[in-house]
Write a protein that binds this ligand. Structure first.
Ligand code: NAD
Length: 471
């Protein structure tokens, strides 16, 4: 079968994945019309804003949108029109962990995927290639196919592909321009392979052929969960070792360096920290846990669940270290938390470790000053309201203040806690910070970001992840 030549793409979901991914396709494929749609009007308004105040912060994204918007890149709430004209439709909607009902706490909530799929079936008047871009449980494509086929019009055929996204927030644009690999899963039928070739031809506009991997549908779906589980497992492994370092006097940086030299292990993703965050790692491992349980593999489920439990332990351990070091009480003490995003170079706060730390400090009745260079204040209040339930925001505000600079946040504080590895925290005028703090002045580095010896020379008492000393 000759593959369809893709000339119009629709992406359902204008979030952290759909927006950057399809904006990059538009830049690299000026001959393809790309329309990114969302039901969220304010998100689409932001993507279309005349001064490019985009709904997400991502280095390099503004330039990409500036280049293609209005040329062959469009953002719209008219979902139906974009579906109808497209040859290929990405489904890039959110797939959060279910909060209630069957599988609550581990299963993926596929409601948004199903609603988008039903919309495609209802609206489409011609054949379409439908691509799962969202991270989904293994065999979701089968459910999508059943829904599409049961609701399609005569002469409409739907070929379903899996094309999971491997970008990392904070480096999304460079990841998309130069991906380690693009993975496309399809049924191994003539129609499935033909659809796979159509999508592969889109990526071939800038991705070298040897980096476009084509596999079976279920392998592709599972590979995304597996990739995130393996990455998170690496972090939990190094964090587990950091606890042993703190107890024994070994230094986690030295240990990571030594083990990373083994070419079978490799040096990347071996940085100890206060714990991983973000919308994906925990959700995708829990998804794998649920899948394992559904396959009657309880030992496998327990194995992966431990990765998440280790991460929770690491956050709790860090909060406790702060309290222990500040003479076993932080009641009424001011603590500056630097960073609220789950990692540097993003404004995304989903599952951020900072939220857990602030919640712990709040419950110990500390006064908390927060500073983050990118996260909107409204987002911080909304996250804290979710994290500290049954406490009105006005009451949270009696203990928590959002500051507009690191220096302001540290003023009159007893301790500074680095929760996000923003580069600007390394470059703060630490002498000025020290001068403005109560003494003794403590720094807790949850990201192995700062030069601890330099700060000690200024007079700080510094505690870092994975090292025993407090001097
Ligand atoms: P997001 O919440 O930022 O964006 C999803 C968007 O989909 C929202 O704006 C929502 O309004 C929209 N939406 C939901 N249902 C819709 C519908 N029926 N019609 C139109 N719009 C609809 O989520 P995200 O971070 O972009 O993640 C999307 C998917 O990609 C998830 O499955 C996630 O696991 C996966 N993923 C995320 C990342 C990441 O770094 N964020 C990386 C790889 C994969």
């Amino acid at each position: 079968m000759a593959p369809i030549k893709v000339t119009k793409i629709c992406c359902i979901g204008a979030g952290y994945v759909g927006g950057p991914t399809c904006a990059v396709i538009a830049v690299k494929c000026p001959h393809i019309k790309v329309t990114i749609v969302d039901l969220n009007q304010s998100r689409i308004d932001a993507w279309n804003s005349p001064d490019f105040k985009l709904p997400i912060y991502e280095p390099g994204l503004e330039n990409v949108v500036r280049e293609a918007r209005g040329r062959n890149l469009f953002f719209s709430t008219n979902v139906d029109a974009a579906i109808e004209e497209a040859d290929l439709i990405f489904v890039s909607v959110n797939t959060p962990t279910k909060k209630s009902g069957v599988g609550a706490g581990s299963a993926a909530d596929l409601n948004y995927v199903e609603l988008a799929t039903r919309r495609i079936a209802t609206v489409a008047n011609s054949s379409k290639i439908v691509v799962e871009k969202s991270t989904v449980p293994c065999r979701t494509a089968e459910s999508m196919r059943t829904i599409l086929e049961a609701n399609s019009k005569p002469n409409c055929r739907f070929d379903i592909l899996s094309n999971p996204e491997f970008l990392a927030e904070g480096t999304a644009i460079t990841d998309l321009f130069n991906p380690d690999r693009v993975l496309i899963g399809s049924l191994q039928t003539p129609e499935g392979l033909s659809a796979c070739n159509s999508l592969s031809a889109v990526y071939a506009n800038w991705v070298p052929q040897e980096r476009i991997l084509t596999v079976g549908l279920w392998s592709s779906e599972l590979s995304k969960l597996a990739a995130n589980a393996m990455l998170a497992q690496r972090i939990s492994s190094i964090n587990a070792l950091s606890a042993i370092c703190e107890a024994t006097g070994a230094n986690i940086d030295e240990v990571a360096h030594a083990i990373g030299y083994d070419s079978r292990v490799g040096p990347k993703f071996l940085k100890a920290s206060v714990g991983f965050g973000g919308s994906c790692f925990q959700k995708d491992i829990l998804n794998l846990v649920y899948l394992s349980e559904s396959c009657h593999l309880p030992e496998v489920a327990a194995y992966w669940r431990q990765v998440v439990e280790m991460n929770e332990y690491q956050k709790r351990r860090f909060s406790k270290r702060v309290v222990d070091t500040l003479f076993n009480t932080i009641t009424g003490k001011r603590i500056a938390v630097l960073g609220f995003a789950f990692k540097a170079d993003t404004g995304d706060t989903r599952e951020s470790a900072a939220i857990t730390l602030i919640k712990d400090f709040h419950s110990e009745r500390a006064l908390v000053n927060i500073y983050d260079p990118q996260v909107e204040h409204n987002q911080i209040w909304s996250d804290l309201a979710d994290a500290i339930p049954q406490t009105p925001v006005d009451s949270i505000k009696k203990q928590v203040t959002i500051c507009s600079s690191a220096l302001e946040a540290c003023k009159d504080a007893e301790a500074v806690v680095i929760a996000t590895e923003w580069k600007e925290f390394r470059e703060i005028d630490w002498e000025a910070v020290y001068a403005g703090m109560n003494k003794p002045a403590f720094v807790f580095d949850g990201r192995l970001l700062i030069d601890a010896d330099k700060l000690r020379k200024i007079g700080f008492k510094v505690t870092t992840i994975g090292r025993a000393e407090v001097a």
